[in-house]
Design a protein around this ligand. Structure first.
Ligand code: SAH
Length: 352
């Protein structure tokens, strides 16, 4: 048993089974044994690789899109340049390099990172120098907000409900022979369709985060680009654990594996609209990057001697690689031009 498995078992013995959300939060963020609290999980030697760690092209194009949105909105200054869940700080570093080419932009930017892990905060400071860290998205100042989030929402705690005869039973974690065991709470009513055995997921934290971001953008201007793997309107059980680039049972090694769930963009778009902002239809990451010139950028890097640039381009954009599984969605103020590469959702309400 991992040390965290023992802590969780004690808690269950004391107060009963816990929800998946409680489990995820403990596993990822426990201050001593949590996954993100104790390690740098990225890259070949780690558990997973993210788009900005594959190639600088990703962060450069994100920076370009935010820079264009900033110019389109009359170059507000000062403004907050924010990233929740910045990992190693690579994405922000690549964005800042691009943004430096835009006169006046970097000088007006108040760089703010939302990061729960002290360990990763240290890596981010090493890479980015003097930036501000905050604990939660609600602490973002009341100012124009330009925000990029990659693979952040998939780390937020989810709840799962399974359809049974009498309603929807929450999936909870208790104790069985030899360790942690998935079970079902007594059923409740949920306004959801489903056949017996179906599983639905909710991520209330992600909905709240998007509500805050969209509220700031609606009130003060700005733009947000959200990239993550997932889709539109639910898809069953997507709770997964990844360790050393392999999937494993999410209950097997608490604190030692990355736990995530697919992001459902439909409730997030609804939250952005409720907050009074404009939101895009989600698009495939591959299509979005190619529409911003990823192909030309990769060829220039290759010509300049970057031997991996064309392979990286394919990993980021090919349908069979990250290109289709990952979606991008943008938020901007009503009446402002769309963020480059995105169309407003309402024009596509039928086919979204
Ligand atoms: N965006 C980065 C890293 C993604 S991994 C990249 O693309 O490479 C998820 C990141 O979110 C990590 O930095 C992790 O520590 C952070 N994180 C996870 N849950 C969080 C929470 N509830 N609040 C703040 N940061 C969180």
């Amino acid at each position: 048993m991992t040390p965290l498995a023992e802590i969780i078992a004690q808690r269950i013995r004391a107060t009963g089974p816990i929800t998946l959300a409680d489990y995820m939060e403990l596993c990822l963020l426990h201050p001593r044994y949590g996954y993100y609290a104790t390690r740098d999980p990225f890259g070949q030697a780690g558990d997973f690789t993210t788009a900005p760690e594959i190639s600088q092209i990703f962060g450069e194009l994100c920076g370009l899109a935010l820079a264009q949105a900033w110019m389109d909105q009359g170059r507000p200054a000062p403004f907050t340049l924010a990233e929740p869940g910045p990992g190693r700080g690579t994405l922000m570093a690549d964005m800042l390099r691009t943004i430096r080419a835009v006169p006046g932009m970097v000088e007006a930017a108040d760089v703010t990172l939302i990061e729960a892990s002290d360990h990763l905060r240290g890596l981010q400071r090493e890479k980015l120098g003097n930036i501000r860290h905050i604990d939660g998205i609600e602490e973002l100042p009341d100012s124009p907000l330009f925000l990029m989030a990659n693979e952040f929402l998939d780390a937020l705690p989810i709840r799962q409900f399974q359809r049974v005869e009498q309603g929807w039973a929450e999936r909870i974690i208790g104790l069985g022979e030899g360790g942690l065991r998935m079970g079902l709470a007594p059923p409740v009513d949920l306004p959801r369709e489903g056949r017996i055995g179906d599983i639905v997921e909710d991520c209330p934290a992600a909905v709240a985060v998007i509500g805050v971001i969209a509220g700031r953008i609606a009130a003060h201007g700005g733009a947000a680009i959200i990239v993550d793997y997932g889709g539109w309107n639910g898809f069953g059980d997507t709770f997964q654990a990844l360790r050393a680039h392999r999937f494993e049972d999410p209950l097997a090694n608490p604190g030692e594996a990355d736990l995530t769930a697919h992001v459902d963009f439909a409730p997030l778009a609804a939250a952005a609209i409720r907050a009074g902002a404009e939101v895009s239809r989600p698009v495939h990451q591959g299509d979005w990057l190619l529409s911003l010139g990823a192909g030309a950028r990769a060829r220039r890097l290759a010509d300049a001697g970057d031997g991996g640039a064309m392979v990286a381009l394919r990993r980021l954009t090919d349908a069979g690689e990250m290109g289709h599984l990952f979606k991008a969605m943008a938020i901007w103020p009503k009446g402002a031009p769309p963020v480059p590469g995105f169309d407003p959702l309402r024009h596509h309400a039928d086919d979204a």
